[in-house]
Design a binder for this molecule. Structure first.
Ligand SMILES: NC(=O)c1ccc[n+]([C@@H]2O[C@H](COP(=O)([O-])OP(=O)(O)OC[C@H]3O[C@@H](n4cnc5c(N)ncnc54)[C@H](OP(=O)(O)O)[C@@H]3O)[C@@H](O)[C@H]2O)c1
Length: 329
């Protein structure tokens, strides 16, 4: 007779649509790890804006329905597949890619996408590492070719990716400018690596940035809202400067001539296109930063799993980020 499988609470999406399609269910089967997989008892799961785009059905990549959203999980290993030697039951871990979905009490992940979570970081912080820090590292170094001594404007620095970018860039010797939409957000940026903070709701903030960088301009812009800022970004760049398009929610008109006058570049960033080697490089940099002590994820709004729909509303209609949004289980 087949053994009875355990059940868990998990968020399920049966149709694409608004936040109301996120259904919390209490009878979802706990996944069983295959030979190279790890089953994690989830303590916290980061909420990434892309999960709202995917849920709405308007994103280029659509999962098969029904599915459980969520990729940035932190928790404790519950069990491992027969070929997994790197982890054992009870280990504290984080991942940036689950196979079964992170908005759930348990999630499986491929063992090579799971990393140890040191005791100095709590589970909420563990859930704020994966996508934000890997993306920030990729934008700065793998795509932006940042070098110590250069300047970077983190345009939208108060959220998950932005604060990661501030911490990494500062630790690697760049001059860091960041923007936020509130006073509180600006203070968080300044505590996390930025030399200068600007308010992107202040009508004259780009003039202030120009005054700060001088006629030379800024070498790299890590852009979280390209559809609003790309045209202005091109005016802020230095000669051979580059705008890294990390976030974009629509179209914008630019004058391509603005790139000619400084031989500047607009470069797209997509974490999901990173090769195995590039992912491993990101992981090394992140784990090293945790060990060295400068990588300290900042957790912003926290929600219980029951409030997942509210979390999805709030991350899109944010009144001012102050770190990474997480779901607690
Ligand atoms: N390309 C990739 O591989 C990749 C990977 C991860 C994330 N992303 C994208 O990157 C973006 C940021 O992700 P996240 O996780 O950091 O989101 P988040 O935590 O929600 O943060 C959003 C950030 O955007 C800022 N913002 C709001 N209005 C802005 C404006 N007019 N100009 C500049 N910034 C503005 C917010 O500042 P205030 O709230 O202080 O106003 C906040 O700092 C999202 O669009 C996400 O989908 C892309």
């Amino acid at each position: 007779m087949a053994a009875t499988r355990s059940v868990m609470r998990a968020v399920r999406v049966f149709e694409f649509g608004g936040p109301e399609v996120l259904k919390l269910q209490s009878d979802v089967l706990v996944p069983v790890p295959k030979e190279n997989q790890v089953l994690i008892k989830v303590h916290a799961c980061g909420v990434n804006p892309v999960e709202t785009y995917i849920r709405s059905g308007t994103y280029a990549r659509k999962p098969a329905l029904p599915y459980t959203p969520g990729s940035d999980v932190a928790g404790v290993v519950e069990s491992v597949g027969e070929h997994v030697t790197a982890f054992k039951k009870g280990d504290r871990v984080f991942t940036l890619e689950t196979l079964s979905g992170g908005y759930a009490e348990y999630a499986v992940a491929a063992a090579n996408r799971v990393f140890p979570l040191p005791d100095k970081l709590d589970f909420r912080q563990g859930a704020a590492i994966g996508v934000p820090y890997f993306t920030a590292y990729r934008a700065l170094f793998q795509k932006g070719c940042a070098k110590a001594g250069e300047s970077v404007l983190v345009h939208g620095a108060s959220g998950g990716v932005g604060l990661a970018a501030c911490q990494i860039a500062r630790a690697c010797g760049l001059k860091v400018l960041g923007t936020a939409g509130t006073e509180e957000g600006m203070n968080v940026i300044l505590r996390n690596g930025a030399h200068q903070a600007f308010n992107h709701r202040d009508p004259s903030y780009t003039e202030r940035i120009k005054a700060c960088t001088g006629p030379g301009g800024v070498d790299i812009i890590i852009e979280m809202l390209s559809n609003v800022n790309l045209d202005a970004d091109l005016q802020l760049l230095s000669r051979s400067g580059r705008v890294m398009v990390v976030g974009c929610r629509g179209r914008i008109e630019i004058n391509p001539r603005d790139t000619m006058s400084k031989e500047s570049s607009i470069i797209g960033v997509a974490l999901f296109l990173a090769t195995e080697e590039e992912r491993s490089e990101c992981a090394t940099a992140v784990l090293d930063g945790i060990e060295a002590g400068w990588l300290k994820p900042v957790v912003g709004l926290e929600y219980p799993l029951e409030k997942v729909a509210k979390a999805h509303e709030d991350i899109i209609c944010s009144s001012g980020a102050r770190g990474k949004m997480v779901l607690l289980l």
